[in-house]
Design a protein around this ligand. Structure first.
Ligand code: ATP
Length: 672
């Protein structure tokens, strides 16, 4: 039981050293996690499980992490679980001897395929004891299932699922089915995994050189000494930072874990470096409401203003072998969407085309040759004849996958704005000015195909205003404003204060729209009878990995929206709020709760402190959260995952900005 106090990673585990970790151990961990509502407890359960795996079967750490996060590969590999209900029910019926009808009826009352599988596995009389499943075996079958495509894929998947189900006991069946459905939803995000892993690897230290050299509890003596507790916390915090930094540069658990197992945690950054082919979480910008705010924030620093293009972010990776991969803002692999860009760049940069197909041009003498790189850019639909960029809507008509370059009608232009890696060197620690100069130097400009974000380096209010107007005239969203020299390194995975955005629609009202997750629905009355009349929305707090309520929404919704929403939300109804929904007792309880799935873009008039809502609780005010006044629905953001929703920190920032602006206005009025 990994929830036990004073857990001992060897004595409290029920498998022997060098055995593969039984799937049962993972299922029990998931079970303990489900029982707790406290984040610290959750972290300690996962840490304990990792400690046992480290001490007894370290090779199983990688499959364990994927299984706990309900993934079978890093996002950019595009291999996903989320098997459809038809296959799952069919497999379950055949594996347990139940009828489909009975299973579906049970599903209606339980609302969770995991519980249905568990109950049916319990009722089944077994003629033989099933062979024990291991984490590694289940993981490898899940990968196989996720990879099957093409002819009779459904029956092949079903066969594999059945072969797993017959070996499951009741509790294993619960988590196996949830995993297959892509609905494990244990509230464990990347941050929790990294913290638990850093703690486990710091407490249970395995010498890279010898198996016998295992320190079971590095803090054994410190724990009982009050004065040493702070020291222990500092060591753990340092480990967190080391691991986080390594993972941000190389977000691939296999690489990171193998490096830890081989070299230990302390020098991880030497082994986990930026690698073309492994997408980074991008740097993002903070919203501002006007040029005065920009000037105030960037007082005494030099900055550059750039057009903010309205297209799709493209992280373009050029690999040593001449191949090119393109990743989206969320690290999805978009390579298949842009064959035209790839062919063009390979030609332009005289790259080898694939390993065995060396182009003749390879021998051409070129100054400033790119052999590997990561270019940060926006891809925009472009009308070459008119030399004009086209709106985002035009770009969104392009095929998302497997596009053939000869069929592509919508032409695109790359607008490069940053260079993160060049010829085997990471550039993230260089200031923006230097990175940008290298980009200009190494990437040739080709009108309408490979261009650079239009820029202006000035801190004159009128010049910026004119530049902003020009950006809108030229079909952009507004400006991005970036520090050039001071505090100007590339901040991976961060919404940074060193990048500010100034959008035309910010100039009135609140700085930005918010992307919020729908977690509850209030049944409607009158014209809205039979539909939802209002919704409960939440922002996301990545620190605590929880959803915090921010407002009720009832306006901006057309009849058609309401109908579509009712139908789609009904499919993700759950019978009680998730343990990671932070709900205040005084909140009017919604009639229905939902899985955290849909992200909606919301505009509001302003922000206020709220005793009822939990958004950013404790950040702007010790006892109050922040809520939105007069929220209006704009659209569904199906390109965003719930964890990409506006964060508690951003909400606080928006609230504080508003207060600052109010104070400034007051001051101006008084001075007048
Ligand atoms: P939004 O909801 O507005 O798309 P976001 O959270 O995805 O916001 P922001 O931080 O608002 O991202 O803005 C950064 C985005 O603007 C980048 O992800 C990129 O796609 C786009 N962009 C366009 N032009 C530039 C530029 N010159 N520099 C940086 N990013 C740019």
């Amino acid at each position: 039981n990994p929830a036990k106090e004073n857990y001992h990673p060897i004595k409290d585990a029920f498998w022997a050293k060098n055995d593969q970790v039984p799937y049962k151990a993972l299922a029990q961990t998931l079970f303990c996690m489900e029982k707790t509502t406290k984040r610290l407890e959750l972290l300690s359960i996962v840490t304990n499980y990792f400690r046992s795996v480290l001490a007894l079967s370290p090779k199983d750490l990688i499959p364990s992490i994927y299984m706990l996060t309900n993934k079978v590969a890093p996002d950019y590999e595009g291999l996903e679980l989320g098997i459809g209900d038809t296959v799952l029910f069919k497999s379950l019926a055949e594996a347990t001897g139940s009828t489909l009808q009975k299973l579906k009826l049970e599903f209606q009352s339980k609302g969770d395929i995991g519980l249905v599988a568990e109950a049916n596995r319990c009722n089944q009389k077994l003629l033989f004891t099933p062979k024990k499943l291991t984490v590694n075996a289940v993981f490898s079958k899940l990968r196989d299932i996720a990879s099957i495509s093409g002819n009779s894929s459904q029956s092949k998947k079903s066969d594999l699922i059945k072969s797993l189900l017959v070996s499951c006991d009741a509790i294993e069946a619960r988590y196996l089915m949830r995993s297959l459905a892509g609905k494990l939803r244990n509230g464990l995000g990347e941050q929790s995994i990294l913290v638990s892993l850093a703690h486990a690897c710091t407490i249970t230290v395995q010498s890279p050189k010898s198996d016998e050299d295992l320190i079971i509890d590095r803090f054994e003596k410190m724990r009982s000494n009050d004065q040493k507790i702070d020291e222990m916390k500092k060591i753990l915090e340092k480990s967190n930072q080391i691991l986080k930094k390594a993972y941000y540069q190389c977000p691939n658990y296999s690489v990171v874990i193998n490096a830890i197992l081989e070299h230990g945690l302390d020098n991880l950054d030497q082994y986990c470096k930026l690698t073309p082919g492994v997408p980074l979480k991008p740097m993002l910008a903070y919203p501002t409401k006007g040029i005065h705010e920009v000037l105030k924030r960037f007082e005494n620093v030099e900055f550059s203003c750039e057009y903010k293009y309205d297209g799709e972010r493209a992280q373009i990776h050029i690999l040593e072998d001449g191949s090119i991969n393109i990743y989206s803002r969320n690290s999805e692999n978009n390579t298949g969407k842009y064959p035209d860009i790839i062919e063009f760049l390979q030609e332009l940069l005289h790259l080898k085309k694939g390993k065995n197909n060396e182009s003749e041009k390879e021998d051409v003498e070129i100054e400033n040759r790119v052999t590997s790189a990561i270019l940060d850019a926006e891809v925009v639909a472009y009308d070459i004849e008119k030399k004009m960029i086209q709106p985002f809507q035009v770009l969104s008509t392009r095929k998302r996958k497997d596009a053939a370059s000869e069929e592509i009608k919508v032409k695109v232009c790359i607008f490069g704005f940053d260079l993160i890696y060049l010829n085997k060197e990471s550039l993230i620690d260089l200031p923006f000015r230097k990175r940008r100069d290298l980009m200009y130097k190494y990437f040739p400009l080709v009108e309408g195909k490979m261009m650079f974000a239009v820029k202006m380096d000035s801190n004159d209010v009128e010049a910026i205003q004119e530049f902003l107007d020009n950006s809108i005239r030229d079909g952009c969203e507004g400006l991005m404003i970036k520090t050039l020299d001071d505090e100007a390194h590339y901040e991976i995975s961060k919404r940074s204060h060193n990048w500010l955005k100034l959008k035309k629609d910010y100039l009135e009202g609140v700085g930005d729209t918010l992307d919020l997750v729908v977690i509850g629905g209030y049944l409607g009355t009158g014209k809205r009878t039979g539909l939802y009349g209002g919704y409960l929305l939440a922002c996301y707090d990545p620190e605590n990995e929880e959803y915090q309520t921010i407002c009720k929404l009832g306006t901006g919704l057309k009849d058609n929206d309401l109908q579509v929403q009712f139908e789609s939300l009904n499919k993700i109804k759950i019978d009680r709020p998730k343990s990671y929904y932070r709900i205040n007792d005084t909140l009017e309880q919604p009639d229905h709760w939902f899985e955290p799935e849909q992200v909606w873009e919301i505009k509001c008039a302003d922000f206020s402190l709220s005793p009822v809502h939990t958004a950013a609780l404790g950040l702007a005010d010790r006892g109050k959260g922040i809520s939105l006044r007069f929220p209006r629905f704009l659209r569904l953001r199906d390109d965003k995952k719930p964890e990409d929703a506006t964060s508690a920190e951003q909400v606080t920032e928006m609230y504080k900005n508003q207060q600052q602006m109010l104070n400034l206005n007051e001051k101006d009025k008084k001075e007048e």
